[in-house]
Design a protein. Structure first.
Lengths: 230, 230
DNA sequence: GCAAAAGTGTTTCAGGTACACCCATGA
DNA sequence: TCATGGGTGTACCTGAAACACTTTTGC
């Protein structure tokens, strides 16, 4: 028999909403879907669901994320809790937002069909239901602050990528253009990339060399107390 | 008759916990209290309480904060949601943490007695119940990142303060010592302080001039797109 | 007159920013 | 051969960090 310590207290539905970001065609994209249930059924929405009793809120977010993407083991962090009384037009729901950075190539497109989900460019984000636009905005803020200091951007790319791609990723995060010489200089100073022999010739005739992120070296540098700023 | 949109979903107790920080005797202090209820009654705890149905989570945090301090209109921001299954030993409770920066002089000490609350130095923080130590740690992280970029530190001081005091505040936040010449130079460059004629002679024979934060000037500079880093 | 804290400048160095041309290749 | 995107180096400037002595005044 479980003791009930806290009596006569109100309880609440708790949801987890996922801001799922990918990088595609040189732009940040966000996964949105047509809402499956009333109210606002059919409206553009983030991927969300209710927290179940036997799971932590982090676990709920991971479960929901997996249901919509088919991806597991992903970079995911909390954005914050959203608790305005009427934020959800259905009932009182407190929502915890999480953002995830995914390599869009691993994304299971069959699930996208099932949930009527699609990737939209961040720059062309439609009006979303409830306070979901605010969640996205808050996420971008976190991303900008965090990407400056930690190499989280690599989560959005595959194992190998070209410098022009990496640069447009950062331009997309900061929403401003960067001088390519300065960008490359800074990266080379950091010494956390490994140049490969192969070239990507898909976007130019000359071709751009592939690089890969050297996590070992990065961890090593961090351990030495070095700081980054990208 | 209210429509119930979401059925068969689990619901949860939701709490708000407040990390209340003040600055006293050249150190950051945190308000902690002896927990009033089981389980862990008598353990050191943050100021917390349950969210009630008719209030948003922000409102709940403000209410709880007011109950314990007697202060209103305070700088307060969310830290995040804590939702491990067994984080609260009593029942499943999801907690939203908020931090508040207060001028310790406005604090109503009679309330402190009522709740068996006291200010403890951050450097000598005791073991707290549940995951409250993690909440504090996360708050310090936020504070360090934020104080570097926004003049939030002034919320911890009265209208007027001396530069040595301001410096120890920042030293306390960053938990490292700062060269006073560099500190002053940077502040003067920013041009957001106003020097007063009066001196504080409480901590030295010579006395230190009082300054006040010039919010108008600060807002003006921000509007011009200037950035700070302290 | 001395102890104790307040106040004050200069030099050095690293990192940020601005900027323009050549290279490799497929069509 | 030309159009397209990839790749490279330098000069300047700002801001961070290191560093030591003088001033005031209560005791």
């Amino acid at each position: 028999m479980t003791a009930t310590f806290y009596q006569n207290k109100d309880s609440f539905l708790v949801a987890a909403d996922c801001i799922i970001m990918g990088f595609h065609e040189n732009e940040l994209n966000i996964l949105v879907s047509r809402r499956q249930i009333e109210p606002l059924k059919g409206g553009w929405s983030l991927m969300g669901g209710f927290v179940n009793a036997p799971e932590s809120i982090d676990e709920a977010a991971e479960r929901i994320f997996g249901e919509f993407t088919g991806i597991k083991d992903i970079f995911m962090e909390q954005v914050g809790a959203y608790g305005e009384i009427n934020r959800d037009l259905g009932e009182r729901v407190i929502s915890i937002a999480y953002y995830a950075l995914v390599n869009i190539d691993e994304f299971d497109t069959s699930l996208a069909e099932k949930y009527d989900a699609r990737w939209v460019r961040l720059t062309q984000l439609p009006e979303l239901v409830f306070d979901h636009n605010k969640m996205v905005k808050d996420t971008i803020g976190i991303l900008q602050r965090k990407a400056a200091v930690k190499p989280i951007g690599f989560n959005l790319l595959g194992d190998q990528f070209t410098l022009p791609t990496l640069q447009s990723l950062y331009e997309s995060i900061y929403q401003e253009s960067i001088d390519k010489r300065n960008f490359r200089k800074k990266l080379m100073t950091m010494d956390i990339l490994e140049k490969l022999d192969e070239k990507d010739k898909s976007s130019s005739k000359k071709g751009a060399f592939y690089y890969k992120f050297n996590k070992e070296k990065y961890d090593q540098l961090i351990q030495q107390g070095l700081h980054f700023s990208l």
